[in-house]
Design a protein around this ligand. Structure first.
Ligand SMILES: Cc1cc2nc3c(=O)[nH]c(=O)nc-3n(C[C@H](O)[C@H](O)[C@H](O)COP(=O)(O)OP(=O)(O)OC[C@H]3O[C@@H](n4cnc5c(N)ncnc54)[C@H](O)[C@@H]3O)c2cc1C
Length: 404
């Protein structure tokens, strides 16, 4: 392995792999360092939105994507006293070639992008490379330090892009100031057997004190079960039987006894934060490394990918011609800050108005009657939240050099 590259991308998640694919298609030498041995990690969101599928079209990858096992969700519906109300209708997004949400195991999507990137001669993927810190020359970042099965090593780079998610080592070492927002819940993440007839929705099922989202995967449901922040130990102490009873109430069509041990239930610490600055000399953060997203709305992957598209657009040419300046790096944040702040603000409002009361057991989530009456009378209005979630502000298009 060479000890130098043009762009070192830390983290092979959605942000890192999409960025690396597009830079490699522009002829930039790019090396992705991913700490795990594969992409087969369970605790990744699975929602691919219309805006991302249009991007896959532009990259010439949609047909391959469409062949992956996936479920299609066209609507977000809410069950009120046995009546189903459609609140979000993606099928009304007539401007989108794929007006639905595709639920695709994220490892399949990442494998696809990594395979497409491997076709480019300037792309390198280093699995089991855990980045432990940044190399510096004075104030300038000049590469990364890592550990791998072969021991410790260093990789020098013109630019380091931190795409290493919510616990980013890159942003920590760079000392970029972070703004944290309180989140009222954590997530228990586990599987349950899947009944093919069962209804699933992007809108959570709720009971006073509880909320969950069911993600359909081949042969099972992935469940995201919301618990009040910090209550993990106390809830586990009540025992598995109490948990089984709650699940029976919330998902009568599945079999909670399939969870035989607390080891089957993973605790995910949910965070919502944002860097005030996304770059320093020689480094940049994008995706969750720049702004950790709550799972609410299932938008984090799509936002991370949009960051990657913007970054590729601003950085490919200066990287290729070795004329990269701080101005190019600052342009990425300038382009992406509005959609980021808007999305996080909506998530924070939903945490406050919809989830806090539910998790405190004060009420089951239920949209106000006025909202239910309005969507019944004017169903076309359901296209508005569909656009906000499925397309979002300032949607990104693939730069010409990345299109196939
Ligand atoms: C419980 C939960 C459920 C969610 N569900 C959804 C959903 O359904 N839909 C959705 O759109 N969003 C969802 N999100 C948000 C979404 O997961 C993130 O916004 C999205 O994954 C961000 O992508 P990323 O590429 O920036 O980071 P990540 O997906 O976190 O990828 C980071 C990558 O970097 C690697 N890495 C980390 N540290 C290092 C290191 N030191 N060296 C090398 N590699 C490293 C990791 O292994 C990982 O592969 C959810 C979030 C949570 C917490």
């Amino acid at each position: 392995m060479s000890d130098a590259t043009t762009c070192a991308v830390v983290g092979g998640g959605p942000a890192g792999l999409f960025l690396a694919l597009m830079l490699a298609r522009a002829g930039v030498e790019v090396t992705v360092l991913e700490k795990h041995a594969d992409f087969l990690r369970d605790f990744r969101g699975d929602t691919v939105h219309p805006v991302t599928m249009r991007l896959l079209d532009e990259l010439g990858l949609f047909e391959r994507f469409d062949r992956l096992p996936h479920s299609v969700v066209e609507r977000g519906q809410f069950d009120v006293d046995g009546n189903l109300y459609t609140l979000v209708d993606f099928s009304r997004l007539r401007s989108q070639p794929h007006p639905y949400v595709a639920m695709v195991p994220q490892w399949d999507l990442l494998d696809l992008i990594a395979d497409a990137a491997q076709e480019e001669p300037t792309f390198n993927l280093l699995m089991q490379h855990d980045v432990t810190g940044l190399l510096r020359d004075g104030d300038r970042v000049t590469g990364v330090r890592f550990t791998s099965p072969d021991g410790a090593g260093e990789l020098r780079a013109d630019l380091v892009v931190g795409c290493d998610g919510r616990t980013s080592a890159v942003r920590r070492d760079a000392g970029l100031p972070i703004r944290d927002y309180p989140v009222p819940f954590d997530v228990w993440w586990f599987r349950m057997p899947r009944d093919q007839q069962a209804q699933f929705s992007l809108i959570p099922r709720t009971r006073p004190g509880r909320a969950l989202i069911m993600i359909p995967r081949e042969g099972y449901y992935q469940i995201a079960y919301l618990i009040p922040k910090g209550s993990d130990a106390a809830l586990r102490a009540r025992g598995l039987d109490a948990f089984h009873r709650e699940l029976c109430e919330m998902i009568p069509e599945s079999s909670p006894e399939a969870i035989t041990s607390w080891d089957d239930v993973k605790m995910l610490d949910v965070r919502l934060d944002r860097l005030r600055r996304w770059h320093r000399d020689g480094m940049l953060c994008i995706g969750d490394a720049a702004h950790a997203m709550s799972p609410v709305g299932g938008v984090g992957i799509n936002l991370a990918i949009a960051d990657a598209v913007a970054a590729a657009g601003y950085l490919a040419e200066p990287l290729r011609t070795r004329r990269l300046t701080a101005k190019h790096l600052a342009a990425v944040r300038r382009r992406r800050i509005l959609p980021t702040v808007a999305t996080q603000t909506i998530q924070r409002v939903l945490h406050r108005v919809a989830l806090t009361a539910v998790l405190q057991g004060r009420q089951a989530a239920r949209p106000p009657d006025a909202v239910l009456r309005t969507v019944q009378r004017f169903p076309a209005l359901t296209a508005v939240p569909a656009y906000v979630v499925g397309v979002g502000l300032l949607p990104q298009h693939a730069p010409d050099f990345a299109r196939r």
